[in-house]
Ligand binder design. Structure first.
Ligand SMILES: C[S@@+](CC[C@H](N)C(=O)[O-])C[C@H]1O[C@@H](n2cnc3c(N)ncnc32)[C@H](O)[C@@H]1O
Length: 213
């Protein structure tokens, strides 16, 4: 099965509630999709298909960027941990001069590629783990829902701080995850985002967009 087949087999085209401007290949049920993929690909270690959902933090960042295009218009943007590509695609709609979308999961990169093509957007895609390297020199780093577990948070926090020190504006979207370093952030906006009990345990969640520093 090619990565393209994998993405297309468990998703259908849907518009994220907070970002109806974009139509993405998204799944309906995380557990079912994950179990099916592990079985089908015969890989019990396969990470969850994060790329098959528009996470709350990503939706809030994308909405914020679309409502405040000056943040990215004419600027170079990196969407770290892009998943479906949602924030990267929003940045292109808002007029970014270049957008690089990065994820460690090759299925995420494929999902982002398919979503960019479906929405007629141009995004540079990279399947890589940049968190042990110097952050690339970009004007803006977007990071939707990256504080979702302890391991990722431990690595991503110093990296985002390094990006900010190097001159990038760092914009984070977060629905109140335990590992968010709230004290390092200032609030730019907040949104009530419809979600599912399956994914988040509630039907609507307050999601905040922050800037680091
Ligand atoms: C909760 S999802 C968020 C996806 C997207 N930003 C959104 O908000 O919809 C987290 C993403 O982080 C990616 N990820 C995990 N570790 C990473 C790393 N070291 N570098 C880049 N992406 C990473 C996962 O593959 C996954 O796609």
């Amino acid at each position: 099965m090619t990565p393209r087949d994998v993405v297309l087999s468990r998703t259908r085209l849907q518009r994220p509630p907070l970002v109806p401007e974009l139509e993405l290949h998204l799944a309906d049920d995380m557990d079912q999709a994950w179990a099916w993929l592990q079985r089908e690909l015969d890989d019990g270690e396969l990470p969850p298909p994060f790329w098959a959902f528009a996470w709350l933090g990503g939706q809030a960042v994308a909405r914020h960027v679309l409502d405040h295009p000056d943040l990215v218009a004419g600027r170079s943007v990196l969407d770290l941990a892009t998943g479906s590509g949602l924030c990267a695609l929003a940045a292109t709609l808002a007029g970014a001069s270049s957008v690089l979308a990065v994820d460690v999961d090759r299925y995420a990169v494929e999902a982002a590629r398919l979503n960019a093509a479906h929405n007629d957007r141009e995004v540079e895609l990279l399947c890589a783990d940049l968190l042990d390297e110097e952050p690339p020199a970009v004007d803006v780093v977007l990071a939707g829902d990256v504080f979702y577990d302890a391991k990722m948070s431990e690595r991503v926090q110093p990296w985002l701080l390094a990006a900010q020190r190097a001159g990038s504006r760092v914009v984070v979207g977060d629905p109140g995850r335990h590992y968010l370093p709230r004290a390092l952030m200032r609030e730019l906006g907040a949104y009530d985002v419809p979600t599912t009990r399956d994914l988040e345990g509630v039907e609507v969640k307050r999601v905040v967009v922050y800037e680091l520093g």
